[in-house]
Write a protein that binds this ligand. Structure first.
Ligand SMILES: NC(=O)C1=CN([C@@H]2O[C@H](COP(=O)(O)OP(=O)(O)OC[C@H]3O[C@@H](n4cnc5c(N)ncnc54)[C@H](OP(=O)(O)O)[C@@H]3O)[C@@H](O)[C@H]2O)C=CC1
Ligand SMILES: C[C@H]1O[C@H](OP(=O)(O)OP(=O)(O)OC[C@H]2O[C@@H](n3cnc4c(=O)[nH]c(N)nc43)[C@H](O)[C@@H]2O)[C@@H](O)[C@@H](O)C1=O
Length: 314
């Protein structure tokens, strides 16, 4: 990508979009295009058409989506399907219509079958039933991959797809019910420590295994792949290591400095037992993560605390 290329970062205010935006600024890109959802609702087909015709970006990072944890996915099933299909249909189609040179679509590790062999290889897609709690979101993400491939086949569009594992980092979503596990635990342990609570409740059994990649590492991978990956299908992006939710909780507990006990709330869903990404294709291309989990959680906790002090919305 030329340094003065017009690059649209869709979702630039989110955790992933803001990390990609920071990376592009650091690399000296001077012509970045952004819109908040309040300025441009990507579910609105006419608004997206008008925007692309007026702005004609050359490159697009599609990091705008309706995103949330296991309970949010299972509660707002229709919204996760409709909003994500609308956003990606509009952005991918208008990218084709206006001649975008390259687009990156961000999917998620939830696309894989619930009980696929581990670690998950890209070829395991659509080889089994999906995890029920996030099936709508997964169907939308699988559709995004297939749409990029269909536009490559029919219109020769260079639209690539990447599948990140669970992410965390700066500007994460700390909503008590709708967030993912890692930010949820940072907030819950912090508030328990501040309020002198005796125990903290962890959703589910604590037995599921999850892999976590720091969002700025993901941004590095997205930048690397935007420069070096020009094929159909998709690539896993992760660390290649996972841990149990119980061990994650004990790590967050230690970092936050909460000294009470853990309890496990079996009324909440465990979701997929494990979804460790096979990242050998990405490693073979020459990229590997840099930020390990303990350091990443410390960085995320500092960001959480700074936002608390600013009283900015969590
Ligand atoms: N977080 C995670 O663990 C993982 C995330 N991903 C993927 O990464 C991408 C980004 O996720 P993440 O950064 O965590 O999500 P966030 O919720 O932090 O950010 C999502 C962004 O999408 C924008 N957005 C949502 N709806 C609309 C809309 N209707 N019109 C315009 N913009 C909209 C929001 O804009 P605004 O702020 O202006 O409202 C927001 O900035 C998604 O594709 C997600 O599937 C993949 C794997 C794991
Ligand atoms: C990225 C990925 O993220 C989601 O899938 P998920 O990984 O299952 O999501 P999660 O982070 O919410 O849960 C992981 C595990 O953690 C346990 N857990 C414990 N305590 C809390 C807790 O307090 N909050 C949450 N959210 N989970 C908790 C929880 O019970 C589960 O066993 C989907 O968006 C999916 O579509 C997707 O793409």
């Amino acid at each position: 990508m030329e340094k003065n290329a017009k690059i649209y970062v869709a979702g630039h205010r989110g955790m992933v979009g803001s990390a990609i935006y920071r990376k592009l600024i650091k690399e000296g890109y001077t012509n970045l295009l952004t819109r908040a959802s309040s300025e441009l609702d990507l579910r609105n087909q006419q608004a997206v058409t008008d925007f692309f015709e007026a702005e004609k970006p050359e490159y697009v990072f599609l990091a705008a989506a309706k995103v949330g944890g296991i309970v949010a996915n299972n509660t707002y099933r229709a919204d996760f399907l409709f909003e994500n299909l609308s956003i990606q249909n509009n952005v991918i189609h208008q990218s084709y219509k206006t001649g975008v040179k390259k687009l990156m679509f961000l999917g998620s590790s939830c696309i894989y079958p619930k009980l696929a062999p581990q670690p998950l290889k890209e070829e395991y897609l659509l080889t089994g039933l999906l995890e029920e709690t996030n099936e709508p979101y997964a169907i939308a993400k699988i559709s995004g991959i297939k749409m990029c491939d269909a536009y490559r086949a029919q219109y020769n569009c260079n639209f690539i797809s990447v599948m990140p594992t669970n992410l965390y980092g700066y500007n994460d979503n700390y909503h008590p019910q709708n967030s993912h596990v890692l930010p949820a635990l940072i907030r819950r342990f912090h508030e328990a420590k501040e309020n002198g609570l005796a125990e903290v409740s962890i959703w589910g059994s604590g037995s599921p295994l999850r892999e976590f990649l720091f969002a700025d590492d993901l941004a590095e991978a997205c930048y690397f792949l935007m420069q070096n990956f020009n094929e159909g299908g998709f690539l896993n992006i992760g660390t290649g290591h996972d841990l149990s939710i119980k061990d994650l909780a004990l790590l967050v507990k230690k970092i936050v400095g909460f000294e009470g006990a853990l309890t496990f709330d079996s009324s909440k869903p465990d979701g997929t037992p494990r979804k460790l990404m096979d990242v050998s294709k990405l490693h073979d291309l020459g990229w590997k993560h840099q930020i390990e989990l303990e350091e990443g959680i410390q960085l995320a906790y500092q960001d959480f605390l700074s936002k608390q002090q600013e009283n900015s919305p969590l």
